[in-house]
Write a protein that binds this ligand. Structure first.
Ligand SMILES: [Cu+2]
Length: 298
């Protein structure tokens, strides 16, 4: 079924929480995250890492009422969206929202596509702790089975949040010497390592032959991520919220930190295999670790 199970609407209440807990790399890790409409949950309403995703509508005035219920300053930076300074959530050029404060970020999204939001206060740490989420801008008629007005349609839709984690950073609250280098030991998809990601309803790719799977990929890690769909060819149709000038057909695609790509897969034969993200060392290109989920085509 197309759609990610969220109501598409132009306004949200987003609440910051620093009281989350999730098992990461076999350890119980205190995570910080944004929830949607006071749900007390982050990604897909069943985990607290990464943050909840939002789905808004192209061309409609949109707003995110941010309530900071945590004991530190935070912001919401609308990464890739065309917003003015007041609503960009970068403390150095506007302001941050203090404990128990609130602010309504207002903006208009003129292009359907896959976007990103995150806290911009001491970004290195707040982001790594989990204050990062996706924003999907739906076409002007709010359709959940079409990428943009006049764009490709699809039968299944999946959102992949690429993330890595350095357990040495888990108790750090402020960036400094200890965070000068990120050495990830945990490699995830949507906040899960392979063992959980393989069967996660919101992560695995399941369809029948001939159906079109639309895969939105947001790289929230500090490394490049290389996506492979078990060797099957797919189309790269959009980049950072805009259609590709020319669609690229490939079996492997590399995505940098903060980037978004939309991939369209139309399997022509049954297959049961792993779809993978390989996380790459910036300097050498070596594979540091892999996250995998199931690709099941019947
Ligand atoms: Cu923050």
């Amino acid at each position: 079924m197309a759609g990610l199970g969220t109501i598409v609407k132009p306004y949200y209440t987003v609440v910051s929480r620093m009281s989350g807990n999730q098992i990461i790399g076999g350890q119980s890790v205190g995570v910080w995250y944004f929830d949607r409409d006071g749900s007390n949950q982050g990604f897909m309403n069943n985990r607290q890492f990464p943050s909840a995703h939002l789905e808004i509508i192209e061309g409609l005035p949109s707003s995110v009422l941010f309530r900071n219920l945590s004991p530190m300053d935070h912001t919401i930076h609308l990464h890739g969206l065309d917003v003015d300074q007041e609503n960009d959530g970068v403390p150095a050029t506007s302001f941050s929202v203090p404990m128990m404060g609130s602010y309504t970020y207002q903006f208009l999204a003129p292009h359907a596509g896959t976007y990103h939001y995150h806290c911009h206060v001491d970004t290195v740490i707040h982001y790594h702790r989990g204050m990062t989420g996706a924003i999907i801008v739906r076409p002007s008629d709010s359709a959940i089975d079409r990428a943009w007005d006049g764009g490709p349609t699809f039968d299944e839709e999946v959102l992949w949040h690429l993330m890595t984690y350095d357990l040495n950073w888990k108790d750090i609250s402020r960036s400094g010497l200890a965070t000068a280098r990120h050495r990830p030991g945990v490699f995830m998809l949507n906040g899960f390592e392979s063992v959980q990601a393989r069967d996660d309803l919101f992560t695995r790719l399941v369809a029948t032959v001939g159906q079109r799977i639309y895969l939105r990929v947001l790289n929230s890690s500090y490394q490049w991520g290389r996506v492979r769909l078990a060797g099957l060819p797919f189309d790269v149709v959009a980049s950072d919220g805009r259609p590709m000038r020319q669609v690229v057909t490939t079996d492997s695609w590399e995505i940098g930190p903060g980037e978004r790509y939309d991939l369209l897969l139309t399997p022509t034969a049954p297959i049961s295999a792993d779809a993978t993200v390989e996380y790459l060392d910036d300097w050498t290109g070596a594979v540091l670790g892999t996250a995998a989920t199931r690709l099941e085509i019947t």
